[in-house]
Ligand binder design. Structure first.
Ligand SMILES: *Cc1c(COP(=O)(O)O)cnc(C)c1O
Length: 345
């Protein structure tokens, strides 16, 4: 079998959620947008609901429908994108809670689904989603009279604890919401780690559940094992892969492994990336192809049957560094071609 195996540790995801929940002053939700950062929103949501999560966040209404199908009635499923044109029947039928981002969305929501629960998203400085202070002042009394289930905002720099933007956004969020009755939420994983001033009534971790920074104490949640298809001797002066970008200087042993950029293994990381053959670190050589990658296994005692790209030896964040990106992008790029195995809690 030339299929790589992606193992997703649902127990580690539950443990990470519980660790963040112990840190959080109020309720701890779970962010499962983008198919739970690529790991499977149905499986992840189901185990987190069993572990005690009562509120889930997705980016788009369609994602919310999939999570509702997995969870059944009960848990609250909130949509960051709010109430978009054409969403009314999805929001009603799957009982989703849109986070209203503007006066236009508010009007659309109360007109299409009067009395249907909603939350409010405020912009405290990131300039991405939510109502700005002036818009909020205009709408505030009317919106609050409709009893929003949550009033939230989002931090731009929470992964840099010393960044002045954190205190600025905290102050802005307080100015916009102090004294209201509705529950409040400001923090994702990074903000949760900034301490209780940032927690309010609910934290909303995503990446920390899946083993990524900035939650340094997270348990790794994924491992990726890639089969070796062939091993060959390459003589000095011979090249490996497209464009002859790597040329052997000494007699070399090169394994061809069965995964490539079509699986989300970012092509640009090639020159800096490694895989592991049991306990030995092996360099990727030559260009990453669509389905294949060359690996120098000259220092491995026994010819490996598989190599590890993610797992015990290499985290999503160390791989991200080789690619000049972040763990979030490594996770959400994980391909559809892998055999996915779930370890139950
Ligand atoms: C993605 C997202 C989160 C979760 O962020 P992490 O950094 O993955 O914990 C929380 N809130 C909002 C608004 C988001 O977009």
């Amino acid at each position: 079998m030339a299929q790589s195996v992606l193992t997703i540790d649902l127990g580690a995801i539950c443990t990470n959620w519980q660790s963040l929940a112990r840190m959080s002053a109020g309720e701890t939700a779970a962010v499962v947008k983008a198919n739970a950062y690529g790991l499977g929103a149905d499986r992840v949501s189901t185990v987190l609901a069993k572990a005690g999560a009562r509120t889930f966040f997705v980016a788009q209404a369609e994602e919310g429908v999939a999570v509702r199908d997995a969870l059944g009635p009960g848990p609250r499923i909130c949509v960051f994108g709010g109430h978009m044109e054409g969403d009314a029947s999805l929001i009603r039928d799957a009982n989703l809670t849109p986070m209203i981002n503007s006066i236009d969305q508010m009007l659309r929501h109360v007109e299409a689904l009067p009395g249907h629960p909603f939350g409010i998203q405020l912009d405290s400085g990131m300039n991405r989603l939510g109502m700005e202070p002036a818009e909020w002042s205009a709408l505030r009394d009317i919106a609050l009279s409709q009893n929003p289930v949550l009033v939230m905002s989002h931090l731009a720099c929470a992964d840099e604890p010393a960044h002045g933007m954190n205190a600025f956004q905290l102050q802005t969020f307080r100015q916009m919401t102090d004294g209201i009755d509705a529950p409040r939420s400001l923090s994702a994983t990074g903000g949760t780690l900034l301490g209780p001033d940032y927690h309010f009534d609910m934290t909303r971790p995503g990446i920390g559940l899946y083993g990524g920074l900035p939650f340094v104490d997270a348990l790794p949640a994924v491992s990726l094992s890639i089969p070796v298809i062939q091993v060959r001797d390459v003589h000095p002066g011979e090249s490996v892969g497209y464009g002859n970008s790597w040329v052997a200087r000494v007699p070399s042993k090169i394994a061809t492994i069965s995964a490539g950029y079509a699986d989300g293994i970012i092509r640009a990381m090639g020159p800096k990336a490694h895989v592991w053959a049991a306990e030995t670190r092996c360099k990727i050589v030559g260009r990453i192809s669509m389905d294949l990658i060359g690996v120098d296994v000259g220092n491995v005692a026994e010819t490996p049957v598989t190599v590890e790209l993610l797992g015990r030896h290499q985290s999503v964040d160390s791989l991200a560094e080789a690619a000049g990106t972040i763990g979030y992008e490594i996770l959400t790029s994980l391909g559809n071609r892998y055999a996915r195995t779930y370890l139950d809690p």
